[in-house]
Write a protein that binds this ligand. Structure first.
Ligand code: ADP
Length: 253
């Protein structure tokens, strides 16, 4: 702590210092409360897949050798819950690292080339058809962190893949000072009442409906943090039973 020099300060100055000090304490307290809530949510969310793993493995130990059907079901459940935990811990680590501020690696990238490559990699990895349409005037260059933008796109593509079975459509459009990337699916959509909450950490629309898709409820909150770090805007529009469109707008500097 810097030594407080109070001597010679006027009443007003002392009062102002007191206000600043109180404000700092409030900030520290609210950050501390947020951290506590985050840790208790994270522990709770990690405990669910662990409980499933624990109960299936004890079933396996007792009856696995005698009952092949139970053997297969248990291995399947243990595997998918382990994958869910892995995804969740990776996202938690990214979020925790973000609290210490991310370092951005800014470069000029050719959006056309970048998007074509990202979509191809993603489509091949998950064996999904992704339609890509450009209405960019020639080559559009943007100044950004390529890996972070890729992460952001992957989060939206992952959701479109998980919550729809149909073709995923990605469109890119450039205007004078902005570029828009839109990722659309014709899947189950999000009910209107849930839409404002899906960016909250751990929020999932419907645990039963989501169980088979995996996921942690952390993707979109991570998307928001990446978007803030990159200085880009993200939006989600959705109609239940019709589909969802996520869009990213990037200022061209
Ligand atoms: P998750 O890992 O559960 O997908 P997200 O934070 O990415 O977590 O999303 C939060 C919730 O929002 C999801 O659990 C899902 O219910 C809903 N959601 C997100 N994207 C879509 C989409 N494209 N279609 C339908 N529901 C979606």
């Amino acid at each position: 702590f810097k030594r407080l020099e109070l001597e010679g300060k006027s009443q007003d100055e002392l009062h102002q210092m007191g206000e600043t000090f109180n404000h700092m304490i409030d900030l520290l307290e609210s950050n501390y409360e947020k951290q506590k809530l985050f840790i208790s949510n994270a522990s709770h969310e990690l405990k669910t897949p662990l409980t499933v793993i624990e109960s299936y493995s004890s079933l396996l130990k007792r009856r696995g050798l005698k009952e092949p059907e139970l053997f297969n079901e248990s291995i399947e459940a243990i595997h998918s819950e382990a994958l869910r935990m892995k995804e969740m811990t990776e996202q938690l680590l990214l979020l925790a690292r973000h609290d210490d501020q991310w370092m951005l690696d800014l470069k000029l990238i050719d959006l056309n080339r970048f998007l074509t490559q990202v979509i191809r990699t993603y489509g091949d990895a998950f064996k999904r058809t992704i339609q890509l349409e450009f209405s960019l005037a020639g080559n559009t260059f943007i100044q950004t962190d390529e890996n972070k933008l890729k992460q952001l796109l992957f989060i939206f593509l992952d959701n479109a893949r998980k919550y729809s079975d149909d073709v995923i459509r990605v469109t890119a459009r450039a205007e004078k000072s902005e570029v828009y990337i839109r990722i659309e699916d014709r899947g189950m959509g999000i009910p209107e009442k849930d839409l404002p909450r899906v960016f909250d950490r751990f929020y999932r629309v419907d645990e039963a409906r989501n169980r088979k898709t995996g996921g942690s409820g952390l993707g979109l909150s991570l998307a928001k943090e990446i978007a803030d770090a990159l200085g880009v805007e993200i939006r989600l529009e959705s109609t239940e039973g019709v589909g969802t469109a996520a869009s990213i707008s990037i200022k061209i500097t």
